[in-house]
Design a protein around this ligand. Structure first.
Ligand code: SF4
Length: 63
């Protein structure tokens, strides 16, 4: 699965990082990006939960 964060939608709530810090990283202002678009094995469910928790719908998944 692939994941990316739409930087124009992200408002820096950090909920994604709180759920899956292995995939989501925050910049100094709290905005998220992904370390690698390819989700590591075993983290698909956490990434789906993070996407569902994002109030801005900024996390895009590509199965
Ligand atoms: S939860 Fe959504 S809005 Fe908040 S930092 Fe993560 S991607 Fe950005």
């Amino acid at each position: 699965m692939r994941v990316r964060v739409d930087a124009e939608l992200c408002q820096g709530h950090a909920r994604c990082w709180a759920i899956c810090p292995e995939v989501f990283v925050l910049d100094e202002a709290g905005y998220a990006s992904v370390a690698d678009e390819l989700v590591p094995p075993g983290l698909d469910e956490d990434v789906r939960l993070a996407a569902a928790a994002c109030p801005e719908r900024a996390i895009e998944l590509d199965a």
